[in-house]
Design a protein around this ligand. Sequence first.
Ligand code: E4P
Length: 216
Amino acid sequence: MKFFVDTANLSHIKEAADLGILDGVTTNPSLMAKEGIKGNENILKHYADICALVDGDVSAEVLSTDFESMVAEGKALAAIHPNIVVKVPMIKDGIKAIKWFTDNGIRTNCTLVFSAGQAILAAKAGAAYVSPFIGRIDDSSWDGIQLIEQLAHIFMVQGFETEILAASIRNPLHIVRAAEAGAHICTCPLGSILGLLKHPLTDIGLAQFLEDAKKM
Ligand code: E4P
């Protein structure tokens, strides 16, 4: 399973990349706004800065919702760097845009996916990635991991090449369960990735080894 970090924060991206296990980055308008990135020029520059930090795909989201504007925006985003993947919302014009991008050699990530039907449409249109938002599904008392299991089964049976990008990860257990359910990628906040390191028995064991090492 690949690890993406879900942030527009450059120091978080650098910290994840320094771990040596980072395969890519996803962003969204809320994450960009959180970093205070405003205006078209700054947005494009910020994506270029992210691409310079990570050797892997970087999802950059279109801000418009009609086909023509999404295509124009996506072309400008894709021109920033070969690793840019255009993130397109799961709406009717979005599917049309994903198909256009696919036919024109631009890779896409279909975002805001909450059902198998939506994911099938995105895969059919040729999306490189489909992003089921498992945390937000859990927030509404449905089971996000169950959707990952369903998609893994459907994509295998149908031979879809689209990769399942488990998004809206809230904690380390989501990562473990998404891996178990067959997600190809998990995109996570840095804290959830670092949370995978934690186990009290590791801390106790290491303290004991370091203590005993003094007697060697
Ligand atoms: C995915 O690409 C999104 O950026 C993200 O995972 C959304 O997560 P949230 O539900 O924590 O906002």
